[in-house]
Design a protein around this ligand. Structure first.
Ligand code: ADP
Ligand code: MG
Ligand code: MG
Length: 254
């Protein structure tokens, strides 16, 4: 079983008047088969955590480690991270002009599996996954993220997750901007992957509503650049009724 381990992670960004520490010692372990929700107020550093694991050049790791089965993730090139079994949903929302969804998915699957998927089974897999996400077949011929609506971007993200079968998936605000129907469809997609027991998911969100559809095994409250409290699904209910106020006192959430 693959294990992602984040230990004492400190991350800074360059801002106008110097260097700002955003992550201040994050500790988290995500195992294949587990679903973890990271919840926290805006500006608490949730996306910074996702970007740092993804290797975004804007974020400087000043202390700590991120490993996948003991391998140093921070030393890997972005494509190596994908081949190692990591899926980082925020990596892809860029437009890829002239590359269709269909080609993009096949190229990604080939890179990750080390060989091109057999065409007949692949076409069937893609069709089924798209149908499950209530996506029109014509979507496969559109250019990646070009003119995609918010909802289409999220469905495309989950389509990738279903087809690429990662060991560890990090989904940053997959619920944002979705209406209730789209939220349900997208959540069902995540749950289908989850039901295989083969994926460890880190679901980053500000709102509790997605957790009505995707029941996390663990909930972590993120505040002021680190995990302030961890618990089970019941912690999300507490956040729903009490909000984040108790966690941000004394720590700016700018
Ligand atoms: P969240 O996802 O929890 O809303 P973020 O990780 O997006 O939080 O942001 C945390 C803090 O770090 C915010 O104060 C934000 O302005 C700052 N920050 C994040 N990324 C950058 C960046 N690339 N440059 C400057 N400041 C940043
Ligand atoms: Mg934010
Ligand atoms: Mg964010």
């Amino acid at each position: 079983m693959a294990t992602l381990e984040i230990r004492d992670l400190h991350v800074t960004v360059e801002v106008e008047n110097g260097t700002k520490e955003i992550l201040k010692g994050v500790d988290l372990t995500v195992k294949q088969g587990e679903t973890h929700a990271i919840m926290g107020p805006n500006g608490s550093g949730k996306s910074t955590l996702a970007y740092s694991i993804a290797g975004h050049p804007k974020y400087t790791i000043t202390q700590g480690t991120v490993t996948l089965d003991g391998e140093d993730v921070l030393e890997m090139e972005v494509d190596e991270r994908a081949r190692a079994g990591m899926f980082l949903a925020m990596q892809y929302p860029v437009e890829v002009p002239g590359v269709s969804v269909s080609n993009f998915l096949r190229t990604s699957a080939t890179a990750i599996r080390g060989e091109a998927p057999k065409l007949r089974t692949w076409v069937k897999e893609v069709k089924e996954a798209m149908a499950g996400l209530q996506m029109d077949p014509s979507f496969a011929e559109r250019n990646v993220n070009e003119g995609f609506s918010g909802g289409e971007k999220k469905r495309h993200e989950i389509l990738q997750m279903e087809l690429l079968k990662p060991k560890i998936a990090i989904l940053d605000e997959t619920d944002s901007g979705l209406d209730v129907d789209a939220l349900r469809v997208v959540s069902e997609g995540v749950n289908r992957v989850r039901a295989t027991g083969e994926v460890g998911t880190l679901l980053i969100t500000h709102y509790t509503r997605i957790l009505r559809y995707i029941k996390p095994d663990f909930v972590h409250v993120f505040a002021n650049g680190k995990i302030a409290e961890s618990g089970g699904a019941e912690l999300a209910d507490k956040l729903e009724s009490e909000g984040y106020e108790a966690y941000v006192k004394g720590g700016a959430s700018a």
